[in-house]
Design a protein around this ligand. Structure first.
Ligand SMILES: N[C@@H](CCC(=O)N[C@@H](CS)C(=O)NCC(=O)O)C(=O)O
Length: 216
């Protein structure tokens, strides 16, 4: 049985939940509350498992893997079918390029600890933090929109979503949570609408996770 250290609102963990569902892999979720108790990701117990102090963390037998993109690539190699990436090398590189843009260039700028640092250490007020958030998310999604326009099909695997959508849908969920205006990104919105009607995405959505009842 696979074990995922998870938090309902973690978009990086949400990527992994989608990928596990797309592959039809059963897993046990262990909730780590990112806010309660000052953030359970900082606890000694969790740090012993993942010194990075971030979610998600996947455990598969004696493998313990942090970093969502490393986890997605591991799942793809270990459980190849159904695939999250196309066979064509060039297409694979294009998809990784967009996924890495989301995971390395957009998401880190709006991560919880970065937002907390802005307010607690640099004295940025709530409006300033929201402006920061929206600036980096919309700038980043503009590049994603252009990348998607160059794709021959709406979904990255033709009729199926894969690794690209596993990264994109959580990022858009975050953007909506912070009221970012997404009207300039029709291709992204079309992909989100299609994916959010599929069971793999419906079942990975933050609001339906068992720990979602525990606020905030
Ligand atoms: N690059 C990492 C990012 C992981 C990450 O930032 N996770 C967030 C949740 S989405 C987290 O654990 N934040 C805790 C914190 O900021 O203290 C990945 O893709 O897994």
């Amino acid at each position: 049985m696979l074990t995922l250290y998870d938090y309902w609102r973690s978009s990086a963990a949400y990527r992994v939940r989608i990928a596990l569902n797309l592959k039809g892999l059963a897993y046990q979720a262990v909730p780590v509350h990112l806010v309660k108790d000052g953030g359970q990701q900082h606890s000694a117990d969790y740090r012993a498992l993942n010194p990075q102090g971030l979610l998600p963390l996947l455990v598969d037998g004696n493998q313990r893997i942090a970093q969502s993109l490393a986890i997605l690539e591991y799942l793809e190699e270990r459980y190849p079918q159904p695939a999250l990436l196309p066979r064509d090398q060039g297409q694979r590189a294009q998809i990784r390029s967009i996924a890495l843009h989301i995971a390395c260039d957009i998401h880190p700028l709006n991560n919880l600890r970065v937002l907390q640092y802005l307010s607690s250490e640099l004295g940025v007020d709530a409006a300033g933090k929201d402006a920061w958030y929206r600036h980096w998310v919309t700038t980043g999604l503009a590049a994603v929109e252009q990348g998607l326009q160059q794709q021959a099909t709406e979904l990255s695997l033709g009729e199926r979503p894969g690794l690209l959508e596993a990264c994109l849908i959580p990022q858009v969920y975050n953007a909506r949570r912070f009221n970012c205006d997404l009207h300039a990104y029709p291709r992204i919105l079309a992909v989100v609408e299609r994916c959010n009607s599929l069971p793999a995405f419906i079942n990975a959505a933050p609001e339906v996770q068992p720990d979602a009842a525990v606020v905030p």
